[in-house]
Design a binder for this molecule. Structure first.
Ligand code: GLP
Length: 246
């Protein structure tokens, strides 16, 4: 696990975007796994700038998003479809057909989940996966539990995640209680993983993770310790507790 600590959110975002840029330049048809949440917004902004000002080309890039709420209209600004369109896709030259986001409104969601993993495999597997992390250690919507699913699946959200995500909704009652998410197996199959975390709220879970002492399904992100190519990019606030320990 390579750890990069940046001074602030802005430099974290620039560093992350530059790593993505290098990977696209190495492989123009990169299979890029994307995350939502507030963490990657700055990275996406910088990717948009790199596209507009430096000609970074997304015309052959293929994307697969990690997750989506269940039964949420895609016109709802809190849906991850809406989020991706607004924060990235509408500003870059990626063809619509190259974009994949779990369909929380599919007629047969179970079938959709099976097909999503198959599609990723058929496309050659994810080259670079971007990840945020929940305050409780969740990645995508793989919540702390006794067991974790490997493939894309439907999952309930924990109270802690519902509470954390309610900041985007008018009231906590509006936060969907279920979601589709790639599983831990789908994520671990990625060739390279970029985990981003900023802000003080993430400091305790980041400290636990970076001690690199043990893996636990109670901290789903800790499973990343078993992956051979993970880069963690933090700002100083998220790294605070970790820096005190070392
Ligand atoms: C959400 C998403 C995750 C995201 C995490 C952290 O629930 N499903 O993919 O990484 O929570 O979100 P944020 O970046 O807003 O802190």
């Amino acid at each position: 696990m390579k750890i990069i600590i940046e001074k602030d959110y802005e430099s974290l975002s620039t560093t992350a975007a530059n790593i993505i840029k290098e990977e696209i330049e190495k492989k123009e048809d990169l299979l890029l796994g994307l995350a939502t949440g507030s963490t990657p917004i700055g990275t996406y902004k910088e990717l948009i700038r790199l596209h507009k000002e430096e000609g970074l080309d997304f015309s052959k890039v293929v994307t697969f998003n990690l997750d989506e709420y269940l039964n949420i209209p895609y016109t709802n600004p809190n849906s991850y479809h809406y989020f991706m369109e607004e924060n990235l896709f509408k500003h870059i030259n990626i063809p619509k057909d190259n974009i994949h986001i779990p369909d929380g409104n599919a007629e047969d969601v179970e079938k959709f989940c099976r097909e999503y993993d198959k599609k990723i495999e058929d496309c050659g597997g994810i080259d670079l996966q971007i990840l945020g992390i929940g305050e409780n250690g969740h990645i995508a919507f793989n919540e702390p539990d006794d067991e974790l699913y490997l493939g894309t699946h439907i999952t309930g959200l924990t109270e802690s995640t519902i509470k954390a995500n309610s900041r985007f909704f008018d009231s906590i009652d509006e936060v969907p209680k279920e979601a589709i998410t790639m599983g831990i197996g789908s994520i671990m199959k990625s060739k390279k993983i970029l985990l981003l975390a900023n802000g003080e709220k993430k400091a305790p879970v980041i400290c636990e993770l970076l001690k690199q002492e043990k893996v636990s399904t109670r901290i789903p992100a800790s499973l990343l310790l078993l992956h051979p190519d993970v880069v963690v990019i933090l700002d100083e606030l998220a790294a605070k507790n970790y820096l005190k320990e070392i």
